[in-house]
Ligand binder design. Structure first.
Ligand SMILES: Cc1ncc(COP(=O)(O)O)c(C=O)c1O
Length: 428
Protein backbone atom coordinates (compact mmCIF):
# COMPACT_ATOMS: atom_id res chain seq x y z
CA UNK A 1 0.00 0.00 0.00
CA UNK A 2 1.38 3.38 -1.05
CA UNK A 3 0.89 6.52 1.06
CA UNK A 4 -1.99 8.52 -0.46
CA UNK A 5 0.16 11.66 -0.58
CA UNK A 6 2.47 9.92 -3.09
CA UNK A 7 -0.30 8.97 -5.51
CA UNK A 8 -0.61 10.94 -8.75
CA UNK A 9 -3.66 13.06 -9.53
CA UNK A 10 -5.24 10.54 -11.89
CA UNK A 11 -5.06 7.76 -9.29
CA UNK A 12 -6.54 10.06 -6.65
CA UNK A 13 -9.42 11.07 -8.94
CA UNK A 14 -10.19 7.39 -9.61
CA UNK A 15 -9.93 6.59 -5.90
CA UNK A 16 -12.30 9.42 -5.08
CA UNK A 17 -14.97 8.11 -7.39
CA UNK A 18 -14.58 4.55 -5.99
CA UNK A 19 -14.89 5.91 -2.45
CA UNK A 20 -17.96 7.98 -3.31
CA UNK A 21 -19.62 4.83 -4.67
CA UNK A 22 -18.81 2.94 -1.44
CA UNK A 23 -20.00 5.88 0.68
CA UNK A 24 -23.27 6.13 -1.27
CA UNK A 25 -23.86 2.38 -0.73
CA UNK A 26 -23.62 2.91 3.04
CA UNK A 27 -25.87 6.00 2.88
CA UNK A 28 -28.50 3.92 1.05
CA UNK A 29 -28.57 1.50 4.00
CA UNK A 30 -30.07 4.24 6.23
CA UNK A 31 -27.85 3.31 9.14
CA UNK A 32 -28.41 4.66 12.62
CA UNK A 33 -25.33 3.84 14.71
CA UNK A 34 -24.18 5.72 17.79
CA UNK A 35 -20.47 5.52 18.68
CA UNK A 36 -20.38 8.67 20.77
CA UNK A 37 -20.12 7.76 24.44
CA UNK A 38 -18.10 5.35 26.53
CA UNK A 39 -20.96 3.53 28.16
CA UNK A 40 -20.92 -0.14 29.09
CA UNK A 41 -23.22 -2.35 27.00
CA UNK A 42 -26.20 -4.22 28.46
CA UNK A 43 -24.24 -7.49 28.55
CA UNK A 44 -21.65 -5.80 30.79
CA UNK A 45 -24.36 -4.40 33.05
CA UNK A 46 -25.83 -7.91 33.31
CA UNK A 47 -22.60 -9.13 34.94
CA UNK A 48 -23.70 -7.20 38.03
CA UNK A 49 -27.17 -8.77 38.20
CA UNK A 50 -26.35 -10.67 41.44
CA UNK A 51 -25.76 -7.28 43.08
CA UNK A 52 -29.46 -6.48 43.27
CA UNK A 53 -30.35 -9.37 45.55
CA UNK A 54 -27.62 -8.79 48.10
CA UNK A 55 -29.59 -6.38 50.28
CA UNK A 56 -33.25 -6.96 51.03
CA UNK A 57 -35.74 -6.25 53.81
CA UNK A 58 -33.83 -8.44 56.28
CA UNK A 59 -30.09 -7.89 55.85
CA UNK A 60 -29.39 -4.19 55.90
CA UNK A 61 -26.78 -4.19 58.66
CA UNK A 62 -23.12 -3.49 57.86
CA UNK A 63 -20.31 -5.57 59.35
CA UNK A 64 -20.13 -3.28 62.39
CA UNK A 65 -23.91 -3.51 62.85
CA UNK A 66 -24.80 -0.12 61.36
CA UNK A 67 -28.38 0.00 60.14
CA UNK A 68 -27.70 1.15 56.59
CA UNK A 69 -31.24 2.41 56.13
CA UNK A 70 -30.65 5.22 58.57
CA UNK A 71 -28.76 8.53 58.58
CA UNK A 72 -25.10 8.56 59.52
CA UNK A 73 -21.66 7.22 58.53
CA UNK A 74 -20.83 10.35 56.50
CA UNK A 75 -17.59 9.02 55.03
CA UNK A 76 -19.00 5.62 54.07
CA UNK A 77 -18.99 2.01 55.26
CA UNK A 78 -15.68 0.43 56.23
CA UNK A 79 -16.26 -2.53 53.95
CA UNK A 80 -16.86 -0.16 51.02
CA UNK A 81 -13.62 1.70 51.81
CA UNK A 82 -11.89 -1.68 51.74
CA UNK A 83 -13.34 -2.28 48.28
CA UNK A 84 -11.92 1.02 47.02
CA UNK A 85 -8.63 0.25 48.70
CA UNK A 86 -8.48 -2.89 46.54
CA UNK A 87 -9.25 -0.81 43.44
CA UNK A 88 -6.85 2.08 44.14
CA UNK A 89 -4.18 0.61 46.41
CA UNK A 90 -4.83 3.47 48.86
CA UNK A 91 -5.22 3.01 52.61
CA UNK A 92 -8.93 2.80 53.56
CA UNK A 93 -8.51 5.52 56.21
CA UNK A 94 -7.79 8.03 53.43
CA UNK A 95 -10.90 7.17 51.42
CA UNK A 96 -14.30 8.88 51.52
CA UNK A 97 -17.17 7.18 49.73
CA UNK A 98 -19.52 9.25 47.58
CA UNK A 99 -22.68 8.30 45.81
CA UNK A 100 -22.79 7.10 42.22
CA UNK A 101 -20.49 9.44 40.27
CA UNK A 102 -16.82 10.31 40.69
CA UNK A 103 -17.41 13.21 38.31
CA UNK A 104 -19.65 14.89 40.88
CA UNK A 105 -16.90 14.45 43.51
CA UNK A 106 -14.45 16.18 41.17
CA UNK A 107 -16.94 18.96 40.54
CA UNK A 108 -17.58 19.32 44.29
CA UNK A 109 -13.85 19.47 45.03
CA UNK A 110 -13.35 22.28 42.57
CA UNK A 111 -16.42 24.11 43.85
CA UNK A 112 -15.00 23.88 47.38
CA UNK A 113 -11.71 25.33 46.16
CA UNK A 114 -13.63 28.12 44.44
CA UNK A 115 -15.57 28.98 47.57
CA UNK A 116 -13.11 28.19 50.38
CA UNK A 117 -9.73 27.73 48.69
CA UNK A 118 -7.32 24.89 49.47
CA UNK A 119 -5.28 24.44 52.67
CA UNK A 120 -2.43 26.68 51.45
CA UNK A 121 -4.57 29.24 49.60
CA UNK A 122 -4.45 32.95 50.43
CA UNK A 123 -8.02 33.37 49.21
CA UNK A 124 -10.83 31.35 47.63
CA UNK A 125 -10.02 30.53 44.02
CA UNK A 126 -13.04 32.47 42.85
CA UNK A 127 -11.24 35.61 44.08
CA UNK A 128 -8.22 34.91 41.87
CA UNK A 129 -8.64 37.26 38.92
CA UNK A 130 -6.80 34.84 36.66
CA UNK A 131 -6.92 31.10 37.22
CA UNK A 132 -5.54 28.50 34.86
CA UNK A 133 -5.65 24.72 34.59
CA UNK A 134 -3.46 22.28 32.67
CA UNK A 135 -5.27 19.89 30.35
CA UNK A 136 -3.36 16.94 28.88
CA UNK A 137 -4.61 16.47 25.29
CA UNK A 138 -6.33 14.62 23.92
CA UNK A 139 -8.33 14.28 27.12
CA UNK A 140 -11.76 13.85 28.68
CA UNK A 141 -14.37 16.36 27.48
CA UNK A 142 -16.30 16.35 30.77
CA UNK A 143 -13.17 17.34 32.72
CA UNK A 144 -12.65 20.24 30.37
CA UNK A 145 -16.30 21.26 30.64
CA UNK A 146 -15.96 21.59 34.44
CA UNK A 147 -12.86 23.79 34.37
CA UNK A 148 -14.28 25.86 31.52
CA UNK A 149 -17.55 26.47 33.40
CA UNK A 150 -15.66 27.53 36.52
CA UNK A 151 -13.71 30.11 34.58
CA UNK A 152 -10.29 28.49 34.33
CA UNK A 153 -8.18 29.33 31.32
CA UNK A 154 -7.31 25.88 30.06
CA UNK A 155 -3.78 25.23 28.80
CA UNK A 156 -3.32 22.13 26.65
CA UNK A 157 -0.30 19.90 27.24
CA UNK A 158 0.51 17.08 24.84
CA UNK A 159 0.10 13.48 25.98
CA UNK A 160 2.88 10.99 25.29
CA UNK A 161 2.68 7.20 25.72
CA UNK A 162 4.23 7.74 29.20
CA UNK A 163 1.80 10.45 30.32
CA UNK A 164 1.68 14.24 29.90
CA UNK A 165 4.78 15.95 28.47
CA UNK A 166 6.42 16.57 31.85
CA UNK A 167 9.09 18.98 30.55
CA UNK A 168 6.27 21.27 29.48
CA UNK A 169 4.22 20.67 32.64
CA UNK A 170 7.18 21.39 34.94
CA UNK A 171 8.11 24.54 33.05
CA UNK A 172 4.57 25.91 33.10
CA UNK A 173 3.77 25.18 36.75
CA UNK A 174 7.13 26.49 37.97
CA UNK A 175 6.72 29.84 36.25
CA UNK A 176 3.02 30.71 36.59
CA UNK A 177 1.34 30.95 40.00
CA UNK A 178 -2.09 31.29 38.40
CA UNK A 179 -1.90 27.64 37.24
CA UNK A 180 -3.83 25.92 40.02
CA UNK A 181 -4.01 22.36 38.84
CA UNK A 182 -4.02 19.65 36.21
CA UNK A 183 -6.41 16.89 35.09
CA UNK A 184 -4.83 13.44 35.00
CA UNK A 185 -6.24 10.04 34.00
CA UNK A 186 -3.14 8.05 34.90
CA UNK A 187 -4.21 4.50 34.08
CA UNK A 188 -5.62 3.94 30.59
CA UNK A 189 -6.00 7.64 29.84
CA UNK A 190 -9.13 8.84 28.11
CA UNK A 191 -8.94 8.58 25.10
CA UNK A 192 -5.41 7.28 24.30
CA UNK A 193 -5.40 4.42 26.80
CA UNK A 194 -1.88 5.33 27.95
CA UNK A 195 -0.56 4.35 31.40
CA UNK A 196 1.59 6.96 33.14
CA UNK A 197 5.15 5.73 33.68
CA UNK A 198 6.65 5.58 37.18
CA UNK A 199 8.93 8.43 36.13
CA UNK A 200 5.98 10.66 35.16
CA UNK A 201 4.22 9.86 38.45
CA UNK A 202 7.37 10.77 40.40
CA UNK A 203 7.82 14.03 38.51
CA UNK A 204 4.14 14.91 39.01
CA UNK A 205 4.56 14.35 42.76
CA UNK A 206 7.87 16.18 43.14
CA UNK A 207 7.73 19.08 40.64
CA UNK A 208 8.04 22.61 41.96
CA UNK A 209 4.93 24.71 41.49
CA UNK A 210 4.70 28.50 41.68
CA UNK A 211 1.16 28.12 43.12
CA UNK A 212 1.52 26.91 46.70
CA UNK A 213 -2.06 25.54 46.53
CA UNK A 214 -1.54 23.57 43.30
CA UNK A 215 -3.65 20.39 42.98
CA UNK A 216 -3.57 17.32 40.76
CA UNK A 217 -6.95 15.75 40.05
CA UNK A 218 -5.87 12.11 39.70
CA UNK A 219 -8.91 10.53 38.09
CA UNK A 220 -8.24 6.80 38.26
CA UNK A 221 -11.47 5.89 36.48
CA UNK A 222 -9.89 2.87 34.75
CA UNK A 223 -7.62 1.67 37.57
CA UNK A 224 -8.27 -2.03 37.01
CA UNK A 225 -9.93 -2.02 33.58
CA UNK A 226 -7.52 -4.26 31.70
CA UNK A 227 -8.39 -5.62 28.27
CA UNK A 228 -5.39 -7.96 28.50
CA UNK A 229 -4.84 -8.94 32.14
CA UNK A 230 -1.55 -10.54 31.09
CA UNK A 231 -0.22 -7.09 30.00
CA UNK A 232 -1.33 -5.47 33.23
CA UNK A 233 0.73 -2.56 34.57
CA UNK A 234 -0.09 -0.59 37.68
CA UNK A 235 0.73 2.99 38.56
CA UNK A 236 2.42 3.69 41.91
CA UNK A 237 0.47 4.79 45.01
CA UNK A 238 0.48 8.51 44.25
CA UNK A 239 -0.39 9.63 47.78
CA UNK A 240 2.65 7.79 49.13
CA UNK A 241 4.85 9.32 46.40
CA UNK A 242 3.53 12.81 47.20
CA UNK A 243 4.30 12.32 50.89
CA UNK A 244 7.84 11.12 50.13
CA UNK A 245 8.36 14.07 47.77
CA UNK A 246 7.43 16.66 50.37
CA UNK A 247 4.14 17.62 48.66
CA UNK A 248 1.67 15.67 50.79
CA UNK A 249 -1.38 17.81 49.95
CA UNK A 250 -0.98 17.80 46.18
CA UNK A 251 -3.30 15.00 45.01
CA UNK A 252 -6.99 14.23 45.01
CA UNK A 253 -7.61 10.69 43.79
CA UNK A 254 -10.95 9.59 42.32
CA UNK A 255 -12.36 6.22 41.34
CA UNK A 256 -15.75 4.59 40.90
CA UNK A 257 -17.43 1.30 40.15
CA UNK A 258 -19.25 2.83 37.16
CA UNK A 259 -17.43 0.48 34.78
CA UNK A 260 -17.16 -2.39 37.26
CA UNK A 261 -20.80 -2.77 38.29
CA UNK A 262 -23.43 -0.28 37.05
CA UNK A 263 -22.57 2.99 35.31
CA UNK A 264 -25.63 4.76 36.67
CA UNK A 265 -25.92 3.05 40.04
CA UNK A 266 -22.39 2.41 41.19
CA UNK A 267 -20.32 3.88 44.01
CA UNK A 268 -17.60 6.53 43.77
CA UNK A 269 -14.80 7.64 46.06
CA UNK A 270 -12.38 10.45 46.71
CA UNK A 271 -9.06 9.78 48.42
CA UNK A 272 -6.39 12.18 49.63
CA UNK A 273 -3.90 12.60 52.46
CA UNK A 274 -5.15 13.01 56.03
CA UNK A 275 -5.20 16.84 56.01
CA UNK A 276 -7.15 17.14 52.76
CA UNK A 277 -9.51 14.36 53.79
CA UNK A 278 -10.20 16.10 57.11
CA UNK A 279 -11.40 19.17 55.18
CA UNK A 280 -13.48 17.02 52.83
CA UNK A 281 -15.13 15.36 55.84
CA UNK A 282 -15.84 18.67 57.53
CA UNK A 283 -17.57 20.06 54.48
CA UNK A 284 -19.36 16.79 53.79
CA UNK A 285 -20.86 16.80 57.25
CA UNK A 286 -22.59 20.08 56.37
CA UNK A 287 -23.78 18.82 53.04
CA UNK A 288 -25.42 15.56 54.15
CA UNK A 289 -26.46 13.68 57.28
CA UNK A 290 -25.15 10.59 55.60
CA UNK A 291 -24.78 9.04 52.15
CA UNK A 292 -26.84 6.28 50.55
CA UNK A 293 -25.44 3.19 52.28
CA UNK A 294 -27.60 0.32 51.05
CA UNK A 295 -25.84 0.47 47.69
CA UNK A 296 -22.49 0.62 49.46
CA UNK A 297 -23.44 -2.50 51.39
CA UNK A 298 -24.59 -4.23 48.20
CA UNK A 299 -21.30 -3.41 46.50
CA UNK A 300 -19.14 -4.51 49.44
CA UNK A 301 -21.00 -7.83 49.60
CA UNK A 302 -20.81 -8.32 45.85
CA UNK A 303 -17.04 -7.73 45.74
CA UNK A 304 -15.65 -9.04 49.04
CA UNK A 305 -12.10 -9.73 47.82
CA UNK A 306 -9.52 -9.25 45.10
CA UNK A 307 -10.26 -12.59 43.48
CA UNK A 308 -13.90 -11.63 42.94
CA UNK A 309 -12.89 -8.20 41.64
CA UNK A 310 -10.47 -9.70 39.14
CA UNK A 311 -13.09 -12.24 38.04
CA UNK A 312 -15.57 -9.44 37.30
CA UNK A 313 -13.02 -7.41 35.36
CA UNK A 314 -12.12 -10.48 33.32
CA UNK A 315 -15.76 -10.90 32.34
CA UNK A 316 -15.89 -7.27 31.19
CA UNK A 317 -12.71 -7.76 29.17
CA UNK A 318 -14.11 -10.86 27.49
CA UNK A 319 -17.14 -8.87 26.32
CA UNK A 320 -15.38 -5.72 25.12
CA UNK A 321 -11.99 -7.02 23.91
CA UNK A 322 -13.44 -8.40 20.64
CA UNK A 323 -14.95 -4.96 19.99
CA UNK A 324 -11.62 -3.19 20.49
CA UNK A 325 -9.89 -5.77 18.32
CA UNK A 326 -12.51 -5.34 15.58
CA UNK A 327 -11.93 -1.56 15.56
CA UNK A 328 -8.19 -2.09 15.28
CA UNK A 329 -8.49 -4.68 12.51
CA UNK A 330 -10.93 -2.63 10.42
CA UNK A 331 -8.96 0.58 10.85
CA UNK A 332 -5.95 -1.34 9.59
CA UNK A 333 -7.91 -2.81 6.68
CA UNK A 334 -9.29 0.61 5.66
CA UNK A 335 -6.45 2.97 6.55
CA UNK A 336 -3.28 0.94 7.16
CA UNK A 337 -0.23 2.07 5.17
CA UNK A 338 -1.96 5.09 3.60
CA UNK A 339 -0.08 7.62 5.71
CA UNK A 340 -3.28 9.42 6.68
CA UNK A 341 -4.07 7.86 10.07
CA UNK A 342 -2.56 6.50 13.25
CA UNK A 343 -4.29 5.07 16.28
CA UNK A 344 -3.55 3.49 19.62
CA UNK A 345 -4.06 -0.14 20.58
CA UNK A 346 -4.73 0.21 24.30
CA UNK A 347 -4.29 -2.53 26.89
CA UNK A 348 -7.29 -1.26 28.82
CA UNK A 349 -9.77 1.55 29.40
CA UNK A 350 -12.74 2.49 27.25
CA UNK A 351 -11.48 4.24 24.13
CA UNK A 352 -9.41 4.16 20.98
CA UNK A 353 -7.87 7.45 19.94
CA UNK A 354 -7.64 7.95 16.18
CA UNK A 355 -5.50 10.66 14.58
CA UNK A 356 -6.38 11.52 10.98
CA UNK A 357 -4.70 13.73 8.42
CA UNK A 358 -4.55 17.27 9.83
CA UNK A 359 -7.55 19.40 8.96
CA UNK A 360 -9.88 16.49 8.21
CA UNK A 361 -11.42 15.22 11.48
CA UNK A 362 -14.39 17.63 11.48
CA UNK A 363 -15.30 16.83 7.89
CA UNK A 364 -14.95 13.11 8.54
CA UNK A 365 -17.29 13.24 11.54
CA UNK A 366 -19.81 15.21 9.41
CA UNK A 367 -19.60 12.77 6.53
CA UNK A 368 -20.05 9.79 8.88
CA UNK A 369 -23.09 11.48 10.45
CA UNK A 370 -24.66 11.95 7.04
CA UNK A 371 -24.15 8.22 6.47
CA UNK A 372 -25.91 7.46 9.78
CA UNK A 373 -22.86 6.93 12.02
CA UNK A 374 -22.64 9.27 15.01
CA UNK A 375 -19.12 9.85 16.32
CA UNK A 376 -17.91 12.03 19.22
CA UNK A 377 -17.64 15.54 17.73
CA UNK A 378 -14.18 16.31 16.39
CA UNK A 379 -12.41 18.57 18.87
CA UNK A 380 -14.29 17.19 21.89
CA UNK A 381 -11.04 15.78 23.27
CA UNK A 382 -9.51 19.28 23.47
CA UNK A 383 -10.25 22.27 25.72
CA UNK A 384 -13.03 24.48 24.34
CA UNK A 385 -13.81 21.72 21.82
CA UNK A 386 -10.99 22.99 19.58
CA UNK A 387 -8.40 20.58 18.26
CA UNK A 388 -5.79 22.86 16.68
CA UNK A 389 -4.86 20.11 14.20
CA UNK A 390 -8.47 19.07 13.56
CA UNK A 391 -7.16 15.53 13.63
CA UNK A 392 -8.30 13.52 16.68
CA UNK A 393 -11.42 11.35 16.90
CA UNK A 394 -12.34 9.37 20.02
CA UNK A 395 -13.81 5.97 19.28
CA UNK A 396 -15.94 4.40 22.02
CA UNK A 397 -16.35 0.71 21.18
CA UNK A 398 -18.05 -0.67 24.30
CA UNK A 399 -21.74 0.14 23.83
CA UNK A 400 -22.64 -0.89 20.25
CA UNK A 401 -22.91 -4.52 19.16
CA UNK A 402 -19.98 -6.09 17.32
CA UNK A 403 -21.72 -6.02 13.90
CA UNK A 404 -22.66 -2.36 14.43
CA UNK A 405 -19.07 -1.51 15.34
CA UNK A 406 -17.78 -3.28 12.27
CA UNK A 407 -20.12 -1.32 10.01
CA UNK A 408 -19.44 1.98 11.79
CA UNK A 409 -15.66 1.63 11.52
CA UNK A 410 -15.86 0.74 7.81
CA UNK A 411 -17.93 3.91 7.30
CA UNK A 412 -15.42 5.91 9.35
CA UNK A 413 -12.53 4.49 7.29
CA UNK A 414 -14.21 5.30 3.99
CA UNK A 415 -15.03 8.84 5.15
CA UNK A 416 -11.44 9.35 6.36
CA UNK A 417 -10.07 8.28 2.96
CA UNK A 418 -12.58 10.30 0.99
CA UNK A 419 -11.93 13.53 2.91
CA UNK A 420 -8.16 12.95 2.74
CA UNK A 421 -8.27 12.35 -1.03
CA UNK A 422 -10.36 15.50 -1.51
CA UNK A 423 -7.89 17.51 0.57
CA UNK A 424 -4.92 16.13 -1.38
CA UNK A 425 -6.60 16.92 -4.70
CA UNK A 426 -7.33 20.47 -3.48
CA UNK A 427 -3.70 20.92 -2.51
CA UNK A 428 -2.30 19.73 -5.86
C1 LIG B 1 -11.76 9.62 32.74
C2 LIG B 1 -13.15 9.48 33.25
N1 LIG B 1 -13.45 9.92 34.47
C3 LIG B 1 -14.69 9.84 34.98
C4 LIG B 1 -15.71 9.28 34.24
C5 LIG B 1 -17.07 9.23 34.85
O1 LIG B 1 -17.00 8.48 36.01
P1 LIG B 1 -18.25 8.38 37.01
O2 LIG B 1 -19.27 7.52 36.37
O3 LIG B 1 -17.67 7.79 38.25
O4 LIG B 1 -18.74 9.78 37.25
C6 LIG B 1 -15.45 8.80 32.95
C7 LIG B 1 -16.54 8.23 32.13
O5 LIG B 1 -16.44 8.04 30.96
C8 LIG B 1 -14.14 8.91 32.44
O6 LIG B 1 -13.82 8.47 31.22
Amino acid sequence: MKPLAQEDRQTLVQLKSDLIAQYDDYCARQLSLDMTRGKPCAQQLDIANPLHGLVDGTNYFSENKTDCRNYGVPTGLDECKNLFSMITGIDPSLIVIGNNASLSLMYDTLMRSMVFGEIESDRPWTNESIRKWLCPVPGYDRHFAITETLGFEMIPVAMTPDGPDMDKVEKLVASDASIKGIWCVPQYSNPDGYVYSDEVCKRMASMKTAAKDFRVFWDNAYAIHDLYPEHRRRIPNILALAEQSGNPNRFYVYASTSKITLAGSGIACIAANADNIARVKKQLSLRTIGPEKLNQLRHARYIPDMETLEGIMKKHAEIIRPKFEAVDAILFEELGGLGIASWCKPDGGYFISLFLMKGTAGKVVDAARKAGVLLTPAGATYPYGKDPDDSNIRIAPTLPSLPDIETAIHVLGICAKLVAVEQLLDQQ
